[in-house]
Design a protein around this ligand. Structure first.
Ligand code: PMP
Length: 312
């Protein structure tokens, strides 16, 4: 199999050559941000929304990107195409850091020359059978960071808070962890948003509880409203999860995945629920809707942009 090609600072290169300096402030201090994006059969899902969120993170962290948004969309599309990922699912990781600088956290030590790279590969967050059977979750002791400390809407390179949650999940032998906000309300899971259903109403924590406002989350809310469901973005306790009829998670990497148990308690009848199944049945059509997908070029077109020829 051909070596994966990574776009980095304007060039397309084999993954073995795509390296970051040990003095990069993204590595030294987590000073940077990223996006996780997905393409389905050669069309990138909600790319413009992901790129907008990417530039919001950039603006918030005052990291100036040299590329315009439209160029960034093409960088993503070209990276997927150059790797021949026109069929099936590809997971795309777009990363920007403050760049190389001297030691010391002060951003002034970097010279307004961010490191930017894009990987198009694959990701499997949960084994296939869990999508059918559902996840066993715990509630983590580690709380999400307060919005006053680090707003979760910045997709920063600091995921240690979430990783601490996952360490608890792994130690408990569970599949995922529900993380609460500083004041004890349900926020989200370690890398996914959470939904539950109670008496036919779909509920999900409001963004002010310190969650990343997921693009998959917003899409599912739209599908649910189209299907005639009432959707509430609110304030919830673990009580609401324990007494819910169904529960599921959403995220670009995870996709839509049911939850059947939290802290040893069965959710509903302990199997994936019917509202979840109804929304999941609409998911692929929604992804394929014209306004939701960004087409990628052919492999030849993408490679030739970078002066590279197709092998064979
Ligand atoms: N919450 C967190 C903390 C995340 O990292 C992610 C992305 N993996 C999500 C929620 C889901 O967001 P999206 O649907 O945009 O991928």
């Amino acid at each position: 199999m051909a070596e994966l090609l990574v776009w980095m600072n304007g060039k397309l290169m084999p993954r073995s050559e795509a390296t970051v300096s040990v003095f990069d402030h993204g590595v030294l201090y987590g000073d940077g941000f990223f996006e996780g994006i997905k393409s389905w059969d050669g069309k990138v899902f909600k790319l413009k929304e992901h790129i907008d969120r990417f530039y919001e993170s950039a603006h918030f962290l005052e990291i100036k990107l040299a590329q315009r948004r439209e160029e960034m969309c093409d960088i993503v599309a070209d990276t997927v195409a150059a790797n021949g990922l026109h069929q099936g699912i590809a997971y795309i990781r777009l990363v920007a850091t403050r760049g190389v600088g001297d030691l010391g956290i002060n951003p002034k030590k970097c010279k307004d020359d961010p490191t930017v790279y894009c990987i198009a590969s694959e990701i499997q967050l949960y084994p296939e059978e869990m999508y059918q059977k559902g996840l066993h979750c715990i509630t983590c002791n580690t709380r999400r960071l307060s919005v006053q400390s680090l707003p979760a809407r910045v997709k920063s390179l600091n995921y240690v808070n979430n990783i601490l949650g996952l360490i608890e999940v792994n130690r408990a032998g569970a599949d995922e962890g529900v993380m609460l906000s500083q004041d004890g309300f349900v926020a989200e899971c370690t890398a996914d948003n959470i939904f539950f259903v109670k008496n036919g109403k779909i509920c999900t924590p409001a963004p002010f509880h310190g969650i990343l406002q997921g693009i998959t989350r917003d899409s599912i809310i739209e599908i649910a409203r189209r299907e005639g469901f009432e959707v509430e973005e609110g304030t919830y306790l673990t009580f609401d999860l324990y007494t819910a009829d169904e529960c599921w998670l959403t995220g670009t990497g995870a996709d839509l995945i049911p939850v059947i148990e939290i802290d040893g308690r069965s959710i509903g009848d302990g199997t994936p629920g019917k509202v979840f199944k109804q929304l999941r049945s609409k998911w692929r059509d929604y992804i394929d809707e014209p306004g939701h997908s960004y087409p990628i070029p052919t492999k030849e077109e993408a490679l030739s942009k970078f002066g590279m020829a197709t092998a064979g």
